[in-house]
Design a protein around this ligand. Sequence first.
Ligand SMILES: NC(=O)c1ccc[n+]([C@@H]2O[C@H](COP(=O)([O-])OP(=O)(O)OC[C@H]3O[C@@H](n4cnc5c(N)ncnc54)[C@H](O)[C@@H]3O)[C@@H](O)[C@H]2O)c1
Length: 349
Amino acid sequence: MVHINWGLIGCGWVARDYVAPAMQAAGNGRLVGLCDPNQAAMARVAAATPGVACFNSVDALLAMPELDAVYIATPNHLHAPLVEAAARAGKHVLCEKPMATTMADARRMVQACESARVQYATAFDQRFQARHQRLRQLIADGRLGTITSIRIHYACWTPGDWRPQSDDGNYDNWRVDPTRAGGGAFIDLAPHGLDLSQVLLGERLVEVACLMQRRVFHYPVDDGAALVGRFAGGALLTLNVAYNCPDAFPRRRLEVIGTAAMALAHNTMGQTPGGTLQLIHSHGEAEEISIAPTDDCSPFQTQLERFSQCLLEGRPFPFLPAHDLHTMELLSGVSANHLTTENTENARS
Ligand SMILES: NC(=O)c1ccc[n+]([C@@H]2O[C@H](COP(=O)([O-])OP(=O)(O)OC[C@H]3O[C@@H](n4cnc5c(N)ncnc54)[C@H](O)[C@@H]3O)[C@@H](O)[C@H]2O)c1
């Protein structure tokens, strides 16, 4: 086997704009099957993928004998049943974040994959952004000294009738539906910062607290959240996520502060390559960290290639399900302090 045959379940925004193009570009994988009940959405991905098979039912896709693995890119509440179905069919799984809408679902997903002896990973593309990978190495090499804190601001503008720029139909904005999304800006955006900060430091967060708001929009989920956390070694995390931040503002910012240097990453968090990474040394000098254009490729492509390579070589993907379950535990622990009408409505006045 020289490549992995992928199926894509869910052909909406992230699948159409990022996952399917990454599968086409990846050297060791190819997209062979699609499934989406929305025919128009599936047709758009199929039009850009010559020869791909299209299915209305997940079971029909999973019955393709040549299929090795699936990428799940559906609304959040469907991650669990779809991962379980894929595991039953003996297919490896990359599943979009957040892993699930409940801790119980997340545990069942991992259990199903372990029982079926297939690999499971949550698709945290930002781990594979070239500047994040370089930053991880700089931290591991001690170039920043002792890390004292990480500050992240990761936000966007998501009104109730939001739709992706590339959508050409009547978009169903499930992100503001608590049943299908599991929450609002918090559940959608905070997993990225929690995961990325732990990956950069190579340390677990041991404690996280959170306050949520519903400040600008009237939908039944939070439109912003402020989290603080502490890593096992004592560094602190400050993480702000929001749906109520105009897109024109600087809103994708990552700072890692150490005793020898501070790293500033702008516009590296998200779905795309690019952005900037700078070190400010404690003696005051600034150093731009450059990435060779050939290394600056889609984080989705790098992720798919690394996962596919592990499957081809029969070795575990280095980001184990236990790490993702830990992040889910942090999320579900703080969402117990959930958004209520009392603790947010006043804040709007
Ligand atoms: N990593 C990232 O940066 C990133 C970015 C966007 C979305 N996401 C995640 O990706 C997932 C999808 O988000 P999106 O923005 O693409 O949503 P979307 O609404 O644009 O697309 C979801 C698609 O799933 C399809 N679908 C619904 N039920 C299905 C089923 N039973 N079987 C197959 N397909 C089904 C819908 O018809 C739709 O086409 C979410 O979990 C989201 O959190 C991640």
